[in-house]
Write a protein that binds this ligand. Structure first.
Ligand code: AMP
Length: 214
């Protein structure tokens, strides 16, 4: 199973990709998480990506494509993968296709911008396992502590400021139509309303994935 989760920042792609990849025993590849690790480790890629990410802009295609294709070659991707945050534009989608990666399905998470801004504004991320929480909608059981791994390191992403979020949404919408069209044309696109309770979205997305897997 090769699935791509498309959608704006804050649509719940990451949360759902983590849940469903675990359930269906697929690898969860989130380019945002991979880039944040590179920034933390201070690698050359991380140094190049840091400022762009803080500003809410995209990291250059060639860097992200190289990073993602190298990760896709790892053993744990053999059973199947969920791509979360990649591709972000048609050039990245074409690079994937050229590398022989043709998805079985592309799930398009759609949510209105105003809802996204509210969701992102309260988002908390675990710096150890990348699980996400929300101050209001999904608070951790113990303040500041990750429910998943017990780490005491929940933080607010540097690009979750209102200013960066607006840039990220603008960048997303600029590429969205062409990217959606790219997969619709290939009859791979499944759209659904992601402005629902997380459990409802999980059920819906799982049903769509299983339909394709069977
Ligand atoms: P995300 O965690 O998916 O919201 O990504 C956070 C940031 O990482 C984005 O705003 C971009 O700066 C960068 N990023 C993640 N994935 C990509 C990608 N496929 N192409 C370019 N930049 C990316």
């Amino acid at each position: 199973m090769k699935a791509i989760f498309l959608g704006p920042p804050g649509a719940g792609k990451g949360t759902q990709a983590a849940i469903l990849a675990k359930k269906l025993r697929l690898a969860h590849l989130a380019t945002g998480d991979m880039l944040r690790s590179a920034v933390k480790e201070g690698t050359e890629l991380g140094r190049k990506a840091d400022g762009l990410m803080r500003a809410g802009k995209l990291v250059p295609d060639e860097l992200v494509i190289e990073m993602l294709l190298a990760r896709l070659a790892a053993k744990d991707c053999e059973r199947g993968v969920v791509l979360d945050g990649f591709p972000r534009n048609v050039a990245q989608a074409e690079a994937l296709e050229k590398a022989g990666f043709v998805p079985d399905v592309v799930l398009n998470f759609s949510v209105d911008d105003e809802v996204l801004i509210e969701r992102i504004a309260g988002r908390l991320v675990c710096s150890q396992c990348a699980a996400t929480f929300h101050r209001k909608f999904r608070p951790p059981n113990r303040p500041g502590v990750c429910d998943q791994c017990g780490g005491e390191t929940l933080y607010t992403r540097k690009d979750d400021t209102e200013e960066a979020v607006r840039v990220r949404l603008e960048v997303f919408h600029k590429e969205e139509d062409r990217l959606v069209e790219f997969y619709r044309h290939r009859k791979l696109l499944r759209e659904f309303d992601a402005d629902q309770a997380p459990e409802v979205v999980t059920q819906h997305a799982e049903r769509l994935l299983k339909e394709v897997m069977s």
